[in-house]
Design a protein around this ligand. Structure first.
Ligand code: G1P
Length: 291
């Protein structure tokens, strides 16, 4: 049984076109947009590493190579910085352990489920994590670490959930919750982007998953769902009942950086919390608000 094999691999679906952020994302991947001074993808990768996950699988597409470059060694830059005695710590965690970055391409944008399925050969026969970099999860410990800790108890499949106001549920995957025990909730059903009136709860999937490899087989014959796309949520829904399925309510702050308002909120919130600039940002915000 693979129930408690350690989680060593994380899949980052990063092939999306980022149309909501055009024109910013015409020539750069949306995952490279920075919140203050770190690109979104780096927050997600750091969160995975904190959870003990060191094999990073990027499902990319055309025009997305900057993401891989970001985690490579930049000799010229590092040399020049060293010569000028610049602080090198800003580059910390931007280097991957040799061999631990793997990219696969999703040639056609058929949906999140299809993107994950594109990584099947690399994932192989072990449980794995999925991290959607659009969702910025700030916690201590981070969201994936909270999930890995829960996974040691439950095994099976886990998704992170947060509660959102009712008017937002139709933007997300929503769980039909069963019994709750602390942060853990049994998942009885899952539905992708339901109309508000049909949503089984206001607990939405917030972009972090620990799944058993069987999901790849399920995705293999997954038909199109909401938006005409192959939905990961639909494949997971079909696994409920065959394997344990739980939701972990994330303890921390979550920002949906897939939309502009969430992105601006994250920028402001993280800037306000920074030791090196928080006080100045607060003064600046107050000045702007009083104009
Ligand atoms: C995806 C998932 C959805 C999840 C969301 C989190 O949707 O399909 O279940 O709630 O990410 O952001 P997308 O944002 O790609 O439309």
């Amino acid at each position: 049984m693979s129930a408690k094999k350690p989680i060593r691999k994380a899949v980052f679906p990063v092939a999306g076109l980022g149309t909501r952020f055009l024109p910013a994302t015409k020539a750069i991947p949306k995952e490279m947009l920075p919140i203050v001074d770190r690109p979104l993808i780096q927050y997600a990768v750091d969160e995975a590493r904190e959870a003990g996950i060191d094999q990073l699988i990027f499902v990319t597409g055309r025009g997305k190579t900057a993401i891989v470059e970001h985690f490579d060694v930049a000799y010229e830059l590092e040399d020049t910085m060293r010569e000028r005695s610049k602080d090198m710590s800003v580059l910390e965690s931007t280097r991957a352990t040799p061999g631990n970055i793997i990219t696969v391409r999703q040639q056609v944008p058929l949906g999140l489920g299809h993107a994950i399925w594109c990584a099947r050969a690399i994932v192989g026969d072990e449980p794995f994590a999925i991290m959607l970099p659009d969702e910025l999860m700030i916690g201590e410990p981070g969201c994936m670490k909270q999930m890995v800790e829960a996974y040691h108890e439950t095994g099976g499949n886990l998704i992170s959930v947060v509660e959102v106001p009712d008017e937002e549920v139709s933007n997300y995957g929503v769980i039909d919750p069963g019994a709750t025990n602390g942060a853990l909730t049994e998942v009885k059903g899952l539905v992708e982007k339901p109309p508000r009136a049909k949503a089984p709860s206001n607990k939405i999937i917030s972009g972090r998953y620990i799944l058993q490899p069987e999901v790849m087989r399920t995705l293999e014959n997954q038909g199109k769902g909401t938006g005409g796309e192959i939905q990961l949520t639909d494949a997971m829904a079909r696994m409920i009942g065959t394997q344990p399925f739980h939701a972990v309510t994330f303890e921390g702050k979550r920002y949906d950086c897939g939309n502009k308002l969430g992105f601006v909120e994250a920028t402001l919130a993280l800037a306000l919390e920074r030791e090196d600039m928080g006080a100045d940002v607060r003064a600046m915000a107050q000045r702007l608000l009083s104009q």
